[in-house]
Unconditional design. Structure first.
Length: 493
């Protein structure tokens, strides 16, 4: 082997895990920067990530459509302010084709392990097909929503009817005239319960703790509206900027007037439930913003239907034909839907990853996932993450663009320095995360016990970004070269 520091750009093989919005954005930014030797490895049969895999009725984005698209590919033709899953998936499909990503896709291939080789300064990826893929740089773009979170309820596997997770909806299972039980009342349930309620014979909704659900400001968008936006890019940009600024004002939860207004709106929304005793059960005791903010105009009125029942009694166990609560009541059902989300705090540890010296990422993250800007973790060279630890806030597509730009910037740094590897310095990462956790501790609404969605058993909040999107962009762009450890580029003589 011989060392080479060169004037010309070395050829780097880049692997991207995931063809969701993050992987697509990474591919587009890589191509634009001249990095054409990359593969996007996707376990599913198509692009879109969550929008491909999750297809429950009523699934929409909870960020305004006009800022849930890439800034380099703005879409003035959204059918409404909150686009549904089919429309978002179609957008992702168009983006993949328009920007020439199809030849780079390796679909129906699941990465099961990623191992860094100190000897060859490369990542070796194991796949479910037995194939090994070797890359110089790895971009883990599978984000937070990977491993389904099934409820830990005795007897769940003994249920003899149709059981499925809301995020893997059984489109082949007709719910018409079925007796259905839904476990969970968070984001997915709030969206699909109003859609399935009219067709089922009986609907039982098991609520562990109530969530704040504010009204959804979703005005009708006409064909004329779309045509005007398409024909007037300046007006479209103004609309985008306005929604962006509104979102920025909300996501830090620092403005008490916004929090109060949201709480009052959510309280008024609960008034659509006609039964006073039911309203009491659906009223949260925590601050608005402690849990993931939810929106719906249909959720609360659904509980006025005579065949819809809210059950707040703790589930004791599942039997072959129904759900048994702690008071001993058996409620018989033939369909059981678990609306219990994902194990969002696992990130890249959803697969077996080992870095420098054979250290497992799970061991490095024993106290909770952490990274520098959510993008790089010390001890794992040439590894970049997208939608990584502590980057969840605002419009994730906007955040993903900032992350893809950061990745390209560090690849260019490697090129300039003739480096074969790049790694964030341990001290830099530690200092960053100490300050980050201090900033997270200042977000009042996230300090209550209800934020387990965000927080690990060690007490660390590992999902959320506590500042604005603009602040994240500023920090990504202000990174100086001294924060990285660069290794020599080696090639076979």
């Amino acid at each position: 082997m011989s060392a080479r520091t060169g004037m010309h750009t070395p050829k780097r093989r880049i692997g991207v895990i995931g063809a969701g919005p993050g992987g697509l954005c990474a591919g587009i930014k890589l191509k634009a920067a001249g990095y054409d030797d990359f593969v996007i490895i996707e376990k599913s049969a198509g692009v879109g990530g969550t929008w491909y895999n999750t297809r429950y009725p009523g699934l929409t984005c909870d960020v305004k459509s006009y800022i849930y698209d890439f800034t380099f590919e703005p879409n003035p033709l959204w059918s409404g302010h909150y686009a549904g899953q089919p429309e978002i998936l179609a957008y992702m499909d168009r983006v993949a084709t328009k920007y020439g990503l199809r030849p780079h896709l390796k679909l129906n291939t699941k990465v099961t392990a990623a191992r860094w080789s100190d000897e060859t300064a490369a990542w070796r990826l194991a796949t479910d097909s037995g194939e090994e893929i070797v890359v110089d740089v790895l971009v883990a773009a599978q984000g937070m929503f990977n491993e389904l979170n099934w409820p830990d309820i005795p007897g769940l596997k003994d249920f003899a009817g149709t059981l499925f997770h809301a995020s893997r909806w059984r489109e082949d299972h007709d719910l018409t005239d079925r007796r259905v039980a839904v476990i969970g009342t968070a984001a997915a349930a709030v969206q699909f319960i109003p859609e399935i309620a009219p067709k089922v014979a009986q609907l039982q909704v098991y609520q562990r703790s109530p969530n704040w659900v504010t009204p959804k400001e979703d005005p009708v968008v006409t064909d004329d509206d779309r045509e005007k936006l398409a024909g007037d890019p300046a007006a479209h940009q103004d609309l985008r900027r306005g929604f962006h600024d509104l979102l920025e004002a909300v996501i830090t939860f620092a403005n008490p007037h916004i929090r109060e207004a949201a709480t009052n709106a959510a309280r008024a929304n609960i008034d659509f439930v006609e039964d006073p005793s039911l309203r009491e059960k659906m009223l949260p005791e925590v601050l608005w913003g402690c849990q993931r903010p939810l929106m719906s105009n249909k959720y609360y009125p659904t509980f006025n239907l005579p065949h819809v029942e809210l059950i707040t009694e703790t589930i004791d166990h599942i039997e072959a034909d129904g759900v048994v609560t702690a008071d001993g009541t058996l409620r018989r059902v033939d369909t059981l839907i678990c609306a219990t989300g994902y194990k969002v705090r696992k990130y890249l540890t959803a697969i077996d990853v080992t870095g420098r010296g054979g250290r497992a990422l799970g061991d490095a993250w024993a106290e909770g996932a952490e990274a520098y800007l959510g993008l790089m973790t010390s001890g794992f060279p040439n590894l970049f993450m997208m939608y990584g630890p502590n980057t969840n806030n605002g419009s994730i597509l906007y955040m993903l663009e900032r992350q893809a730009d950061f990745i390209v910037a560090q690849l260019k740094l490697m090129d300039r320095e003739g480096a074969g590897s790049i790694e964030i310095r341990a001290g830099v990462q530690a200092e960053y995360n100490t300050k980050l956790q201090a900033d997270l501790a200042k977000v009042e609404v996230w300090q209550a016990s209800c934020s387990n969605y965000y927080r690990t058993e060690s007490g660390r909040i590992v999902t959320q970004w506590p500042h604005t999107m603009a602040e994240y962009q500023k920090r990504c762009e202000a990174v100086d070269d001294s924060r990285f450890e660069l290794g020599k580029l080696t090639v076979e003589a």
